[in-house]
Each structure stands twice: as C-alpha cells, then as structure tokens.
Design a protein around this ligand. Structure first.
Ligand code: SF4
Length: 497
C-alpha cells in the first residue's frame, strides 16, 4: 500500500493532475488555514518533492507543482505526517474570513456544513465531476463574488431577517438567480440542482441545465407551497424525485415564491467583464489590512500571478512566525491572510513580503493580470506568459484598470471566464481576444515573443483616445474589438518597416 491508497488520503493528493511541468496536487485544508510552522513544513515538502513552485489559485486552493508519481506519493505521506487534514468531496467554499468578519451578513459555515452533509447523504459525491463546486458567501469585507461556482448561496439582508440568494452557473455578477429563500430552502434547492447536474453525468456542470430545469428549481417552492399543487406538473425534472424534503418556509421577498410566473425569473444574461462589476473593482481584493475587531487586523498578501518559489514562502512564514502570526489562511484571488500577529507588526511583515516579491498593494498592476504558468513550465504553453505579464505590468500599469488574461493556450486555466483582453498562445503565435474567453477566436496575432509590444500599442491607443475621467475598461468598450485588434496588429506592421 502506498501513500495514495492509504485510508483517509486526500483524493487531490491521491490523483495528481498531469501538467507540462510534471504532476500537480491541489489541496484545501479543512481548517481553512495553517499555522506558520505547518506552512513551512508543507513548503519544505514541496521543495523536496516538487519543482519548488507553489501556487495559490483564484479559488484559494494551494497547489504544488513539478511532482513525479513517486515524489507525489512521498508528498502525500508528508502531508499526512504533518497532520494537515484536507477537504474531500464536493467543494463547498466559504470566504476566508467566514465567521470572524464583523461586517459579514451571516456566518456561512453552518449552512456550508449542512450542505456538505446533505450532498453526502444524497450520494452525490461520486456522481459529480471533481470541478463541480458550491459557494456559500456570508458577505462582508471579502466576498466570493469573483469565484465561479455551479451553485451560489449569498446572504442578503431582508426586512424579516437574513435570506439567501440562490443562483447557478457563474460568478457573483453573472450567475443566474433562482430564488431568495431561507437557509433550509437554500440548502434544498442547492442539493436539488446538484442532483440534476449529476443526472447529466460526471462531465456536467450547472451551466448544462436547461432553462426548463432552472425554472423548475426556482418554482419548486411555489409549487410545493400551493394547497393543491399538482404533483405531476414537472414529473421528469423534479429536483428532489421525492428524496429531498423542501422547506415551505420561504422569504416573502422572492418573486418566485410569491407565485409569479416562472418564465419571468430573473435569469441574468452572461456578461463579459467589460460590463461586469469585476471591471469596476467593486469586490475588494484580499490584499492589505482588514479590521476584525478593535485594533485586531488580518493582513492579506498576494502571490504574483498566484505563484511563488517555496523558498520565498518559507522565508515569509518564518518572518510571520517570529512576529507572532498564529494562522495563515488561503484566500481567493491568489492571496494569503496572516492572522494573530500584533497590530504593530503588520507593517514590518508587509515590508518583508514586498522585499521577497509578494504583492502587498491592492493597486499593484500584477493583480489585474491573470497569467497561467505557460511556456516553458506547461507543455501545452505556446507563449512565455509570466515574462509577457511582467513586461506589461512594468510598462502599462497606468491603463490596467481591467483584467488582462495571458494564457499559454486556449484552455485558459488562469481565468476561465471572459476578460476584457486576452492574449492566448497558439500555432499562429500570440492571439488577441477581446471581451471573451481564451477559447474564442483571436481577432489578431503577433509572434509570442513580441506580444507585450502589441499590448503596449493598444495601451498607447487607450491613452490617446480616452476622455478625461474615463476608465481604460470603458475606453476599450467604446473603441470596440476591431480598433483594438488593429492596434495590436499595427505594432507588428511597424516592426516590419
Ligand atoms: S492555459 Fe494552457 S498553457 Fe496555460 S497552464 Fe493551462 S494548459 Fe498550460
């Protein structure tokens, strides 16, 4: 028996993924955070067994890269030996400050735990694909708005208390809203939605549900609460199939549960980032100081493009330990949150982090760029994403008020959703995609080594064209894809002259 097959070993550790730089493992500590000593131990394992690169993903998961089958088994054994319990089963995410943020609307952890139990009891874990996820967002200083999920439950204040907005298939601004209900009903709709996804197979996601299924999910409470609700209205797509007892306690604020026609549900269209709220930066990044109580703060520090050498993570964790940090939490948007240190040590810790190359300022232009490992780290990569990103961040910080995605190939690992601009590597070089995902057909190309120059040309056009007070994101929208692509290509023409 090896470490992979040991009872209790994490599936993420037991089934590492193949990437261009070897195997990759992803893990989420059950506790949500690690002591500095445990993070140091984990980083030392990553150095011993991987290629020394550690990552925190956009969802706040920890990744260790560059493993072999043998070294991944050794890593799994060391994670066990460190006593780090990792999450298994369907991913049910809560925010990094869940339960300790005085500004949150509701503590999402109890509801998240009840959903985990309900998923297990419904036997859905084995029937759902590994990337199916739920978000239970209690609101507050660090929301999960930017995290895409199959099902989202977001706390809202209503006249009669707290309600949960249930939506599917998207991030905060773009998910399709189904209902606003109490916690019991939110759990039941969430599990019913997952059951529908499971019935479509392990490759399915909530985005694959038909509109009729979504309508039935949203209208279910209305139907079940009618005194003489006909049980056969939606027999083939019944979310519960009689296995889930739905709560009849519903919020009066939901149009759905008031009995309005289901066809008028507020299903939002998919929006690109240019028009989404992520463009305006409404969701705060987990970088900087966040007040917890009185003079108690947590300090957020980002990993540039989500990645750092394990040596640097060890050095930062050692500094944090010396300054009194008791816990380091993983946070979405590729960051770490440091808790427990005295308030007057935050500034020196920030200084150490900046010296080591971490992101300590939420305005750092690197936070506006999503870049996957690309070439040469990933075998699928056609362009050197991180080098291109560094050049653009250094030369064009003034116009980066939108998300720029730099993807080694069309898979788009670093930013699956649409971005205002995407540079994507392919057979034809570095393609430029406007307001779409890396999978879209590029509007123009240039050689991969010269992609940053094309973006600089687009940046120059923005500087010339934008009105006083206009954001670069809005200016891009006004210019339109054709003009942007022309600027990108022009740089190539200029170079040939
Ligand atoms: S987007 Fe392509 S190049 Fe980048 S990490 Fe994913 S598979 Fe590799």
């Amino acid at each position: 028996m090896n470490a992979f097959s040991r009872r209790g070993a994490c599936p993420a550790l037991s089934a590492p993924m193949q990437t261009g730089d070897g195997l990759l493992v992803r893990l989420n500590p059950v506790a949500g955070g690690l002591s500095p000593k445990l993070l140091i131990g984990l980083a030392e394992s990553a150095l011993r067994h991987g290629n020394g690169i550690m990552e925190v993903t956009a969802r706040g998961s920890l990744q260790i890269r560059g493993l072999t089958a043998e070294s991944a088994a050794l890593l799994a054994a060391e994670v066990d030996a460190l006593g780090i319990a990792v999450r298994t089963g369907v991913l049910v995410e809560t925010g990094p400050l869940a339960g300790i943020d005085p500004q949150e609307i509701a503590d999402p952890r109890p509801l998240a735990e009840r959903i985990r139990v309900a998923i297990e009891e419904a036997g859905l874990t084995q029937r759902l694909g590994p990337k199916v996820s739920l978000v239970v967002d209690g609101g507050g200083q660090l929301t999960l708005d930017a995290v895409t999920a199959d099902v989202r439950l977001e706390a809202m204040r209503a006249d009669n208390g707290i309600v949960w907005s249930v939506s599917v298939a998207g991030d905060g601004p773009n998910a399709k809203v189904l209902a606003k209900v109490d916690a019991d009903a939110a759990r039941d709709i969430a599990v019913a939605a997952l059951r529908m996804v499971a019935e479509k197979g392990r490759e399915a996601h909530a985005r694959d549900l038909s509109e009729r299924q979504l309508v039935s999910l949203a209208g279910w409470l209305c139907l079940t609460s009618l005194p003489q609700a006909p049980p056969s209205v939606l027999p083939d797509i019944s979310p519960s199939r009689g296995e889930i007892t739905l709560s009849l306690t519903v919020s009066p604020i939901s149009d759905v549960v008031r009995g309005k026609p289901a066809s008028k549900l507020p299903i939002s269209p998919l929006e690109g980032e240019m028009s989404g709220r992520t463009e305006g930066g409404a969701s705060r990044k987990p970088i900087g100081l966040f007040s917890l109580a009185g003079d108690i703060f947590t300090l957020g520090i980002g990993l540039p493009y989500g990645s750092m050498p394990a040596d640097n993570i060890i050095a930062l964790a050692q500094s944090a330990l010396a300054l009194g940090t008791t816990e380091i939490r993983l946070a979405p948007s590729r960051a770490l949150l440091f808790l427990g240190q005295p308030a007057d040590t935050n500034q020196p810790l920030q200084h150490t982090a900046a010296t080591l190359g971490f992101v300590t300022d939420p305005a750092d232009p690197r936070t506006r760029i999503a870049a996957c490992p690309g070439a040469p780290a990933c075998a699928s990569g056609h362009i050197a994403t991180r080098d291109i990103a560094e050049t653009i961040a250094a030369e064009n910080a003034d116009i980066l008020d939108f998300t720029l995605h730099i993807s080694g190939c069309a898979k788009g690992c670093a930013h699956p959703g649409p971005a205002a601009l995407t540079i994507v590597g392919g057979e034809n070089g570095a393609g430029l995609v406007v307001n779409a995902t890396a999978k879209a057909l590029p509007a123009g190309y240039r050689p991969g080594y010269d992609a940053a120059r094309g973006v600089s040309r687009v940046a120059a056009v923005i500087r010339n064209a934008r009105y006083q007070g206009e954001t670069a994101a809005h200016c891009l929208t006004r210019l339109g894809p054709a003009a942007i692509a022309e600027a990108y290509r022009q740089a190539q023409t200029e170079k040939r002259k």
